[in-house]
Design a protein around this ligand. Structure first.
Ligand code: KIV
Length: 301
C-alpha cells in the first residue's frame, strides 16, 4: 500500500458515491432539450479542473480558446495555437470520464477551407480524445460545419459575440441589438442547425433574441450572457471561481473567490518557511534509529 499523501498517491477515482455516472453523449444532449431539461457546460483546460467539473455533474466540458486569456495571459483569444489547444485538451481528457468533452478550434484552424478544418478537427478527436469541436460563426461557416458533421465529428456552433472576430466586430460588444442584427443572428442560428451541429453557443446577445432562437431551433442553445431563456448555460471556469484577473463580465456569476483562498495559502507558506514552522515533525521522515546512529557517527569520524 502506498504511504504517499493523497495528493501524490495516483489518479484513482474516489468519493463520487451517489453521483450520476452515465456517460453524456451527443444524442443525450439533444434528448435533454426534448425533455425540457436544462444543460450545463463549463470550461476546463487541465486535469484537476476537468476532474472537479466532471465529478460535480456538468454535462459538457469545453476546452475553450479562452485558454489564451485566462490561462496563458494573452489579451484576446487570437494567438492560441493548435498545438496549445491539443496539449490542454489531452490534459482535460485525462480528467474527464462522464461529461461530453468539446475542444474549441482556435483562430486560423478552420477559416482557410473545409478540408483544412476537417484535418484540424480530426486531430482533436484522434490525438486529444475530444468528442466534439466548437467553431465560431453562423452562415459563413455552413460549409465547414457540413464537412465536419459529414465526417462524423459532432460540432457545437457559436454565434453572437464571437471573440475570434473582435477586430471585425470592434471589440467585446453585445451583438444582435438592432432589428437587422437580431434577424441576422436568427439566420446564423438556423444555418448552424442546418449544417448539422448538435448545439449552439449564444454569446452576449439580448435575452429576447436568445429566447426566440431557442424556440425556433431543435438543437439546444447554450447561453453565455444571453439571459435565462436558453436551453443551457456555459461559464468560463476562472470567472466562476474567482480566478480571472481582468474585469469580470457582467453576465458571469462568481460562485467562489479562490484567488483570495490561494493568496492566503501562499502567504501562510511563506510565513511558515521563513519562521521555521514548515516542515514540522509531521512532514519529516527519519532514518531508523540504528541506521541514524551509525550514519551520523561515521560522518562525525
Ligand atoms: O472559449 C470559450 O471559453 C468559449 C465559451 C465562452 C463559450 O467560447
Amino acid at each position: 500500500m502506498s504511504t504517499l499523501p493523497s495528493s501524490r498517491s495516483g489518479n484513482s477515482r474516489s468519493g463520487q458515491a451517489g453521483r450520476e455516472t452515465r456517460k453524456v453523449t451527443v444524442p443525450e444532449i439533444l434528448a435533454k432539450k426534448v425533455r425540457g431539461e436544462r444543460l450545463t457546460c463549463l470550461t476546463a483546460y487541465d486535469y484537476p479542473t476537468a476532474r472537479i467539473v466532471d465529478s460535480a455533474g456538468v454535462d459538457m466540458i469545453l476546452v475553450g480558446d479562452s485558454l489564451a486569456m485566462v490561462v496563458l495571459g494573452y489579451e484576446n483569444t487570437l494567438p492560441v495555437t493548435m498545438e496549445e489547444m491539443l496539449h490542454h485538451t489531452r490534459a482535460a481528457r485525462r480528467g474527464t470520464e462522464r461529461a461530453l468533452l468539446i475542444a474549441d478550434m482556435p483562430f486560423g484552424s478552420y477559416q482557410r477551407d473545409a478540408e483544412d478544418a476537417l484535418a484540424n478537427a480530426i486531430r482533436f478527436v484522434k490525438e486529444a480524445g475530444a468528442e466534439a469541436v466548437k467553431i465560431e460563426g453562423g452562415q459563413k461557416r455552413l460549409e465547414v460545419i457540413l464537412k465536419l458533421v459529414e465526417n462524423d465529428i459532432p460540432v457545437m456552433g457559436h454565434i453572437g459575440l464571437t471573440p475570434q472576430s473582435i477586430h471585425a466586430l470592434g471589440g467585446f460588444k453585445m451583438q444582435g441589438k438592432s432589428l437587422a442584427a437580431a434577424e441576422q443572428l436568427l439566420r446564423d442560428a438556423r444555418a448552424v442547425e442546418a449544417g448539422g451541429a448538435f448545439s449552439v453557443v449564444l454569446e452576449s446577445v439580448p435575452a429576447e433574441v436568445a429566447e426566440l432562437i431557442t424556440r425556433e431551433l431543435k438543437i439546444p442553445t447554450i447561453g453565455i450572457g444571453a439571459g435565462p431563456g436558453c436551453d443551457g448555460q456555459v461559464l468560463v471556469w476562472h470567472d466562476l471561481v474567482g480566478l480571472s484577473f481582468g474585469v469580470q463580465p457582467r453576465f458571469a456569476r462568481r460562485y467562489a473567490d479562490l484567488r483570495l483562498v490561494l493568496e492566503e495559502s501562499v502567504r501562510h507558506f511563506v510565513e511558515d518557511v521563513t519562521t521555521g514552522v514548515f516542515p514540522g515533525e509531521a512532514e519529516t521522515a527519519h532514518l531508523p534509529a540504528e541506521v541514524a546512529e551509525k550514519f551520523l557517527s561515521r560522518r562525525d569520524a
